[in-house]
Design a protein around this ligand. Structure first.
Ligand code: AKB
Length: 338
């Protein structure tokens, strides 16, 4: 008998840390974790197995199919927006071909199991592309189908992979003589900027928020790479994990769409700074906007409409801005760097 497991790619990334801690501590899920980097030692005991390897390695993925009954895939591995702009073709390979490999693995697993494998995919506000700051200011909370014209390689990759997920769920090999019965149960969240008290993001464009906070907590000066009025939606990691798990467990028949916005609060960079300075009065924070990264932030929405997630699977964040800082970020970051 093959062991029933969930597969987590990008396990050593920010969401991977949060998800493995949560699933591992609750104890009843066997996790096979994968990452190109070694896994944080604290997460190893929570996993059935860790494989240091590449999602582009099809031989490795093939061996996984043979060894495990994979019920759910959390495909978290990806190259984020800023890093992707430095090597767009590599980003395309990892973000798109890597996702394609995992979708193929999911289809194969589904046909062995005789039922669809759940495929949880974190997309991003980067899938949006607003043409100007004026439009962004007027747009308000934007819906999943609005302004899907991304300006970054990462955003293009995310949007395309959402379409691939839909294709693999509904239309995979639609002309094949044999009916393809069991495909993938693709479920996707468009995440805002995420902030964790445990990990520091690398390679993203919404990183100025978490970077500001982690620098201040360590007594390091921080030069923010966007203007004080730059505005993006954010969410703290416990809510990101909650949304992934809630979407995973939602009854399929309730899901009227495959892609859902989720969000929590939308501070400007200046409002973010004020909160950080309230907690760390000696923090030295300056604004030195990087024009190209600022342009990316200006093309992303200031807020998103997550009412479809609320309607279909009861989504509601636990942390608004005040609670996120007072009850999660500040106490836990202070403890971390004490
Ligand atoms: C990034 O900045 O690239 C990510 C994202 C918003 O998806 N944090």
């Amino acid at each position: 008998m093959r062991k029933e497991v969930v597969l987590i790619t990008g396990a050593n990334g920010e969401i991977g840390h949060g998800l493995i801690s949560h699933l591992g501590e609750s104890g009843d899920t066997k996790i096979v974790a994968m990452d190109v980097q070694p896994l944080d030692a604290s997460l190893l005991p929570l996993c059935e197995r860790f494989i240091q390897g590449d999602i582009l390695d099809n031989l490795l993925l093939g061996r996984l199919v043979a060894e495990y009954d994979i019920r759910t895939i959390y495909h978290l591995a990806s190259i984020l927006s800023t890093k992707a702009e430095y090597n767009p073709e590599t980003a395309h390979r990892v973000n798109v071909e890597g996702t394609l490999n995992l979708l193929r693995l999911a289809v194969e697993q589904s046909s062995w199991q005789g039922k669809p494998v759940k495929f949880l995919y974190p997309s991003s506000i980067a899938a949006y592309g607003l043409p100007s700051l004026e439009v962004k200011k007027k747009a308000g909370k934007i819906k999943e189908c609005d302004w899907c014209a991304p300006t970054t390689m990462y955003g293009c990759n995310k949007l395309y992979c959402e379409h691939l997920g839909r294709y693999y769920s509904r239309y995979y090999r639609q002309l094949a003589a044999d009916e393809v019965k069991h495909t993938v149960d693709f479920r996707c969240l468009r995440f805002p900027g995420l902030i964790s008290s445990v990990t520091i993001p690398t390679g993203g464009t919404s990183d100025y928020g978490p970077e500001m906070l982690h620098h201040a907590a360590q007594g390091k000066p921080y030069a923010c790479f966007v203007r004080p009025d730059a505005k993006l939606p954010f969410m703290v990691m416990p809510d990101a994990i909650k949304s992934l798990l809630q979407l995973e467990s939602a009854p399929r028949e309730n899901l009227k769409q495959m892609v859902y916005n989720v969000t929590s609060f939308s501070p400007t960079a200046e409002e973010f700074m004020v909160r950080v300075k309230k907690a760390f009065p000696n923090a030295v924070i300056t604004f030195e906007p990087h024009p190209a990264r600022q342009n990316i932030v200006d093309s992303w929405p200031a807020d998103v409409d997550d009412s479809a997630a609320t309607r279909d699977w009861g989504w509601k964040p636990d942390y608004d801005e005040q609670r996120a800082f007072d009850e999660y970020l500040i106490p836990s970051i202070k403890a971390r760097y004490a």
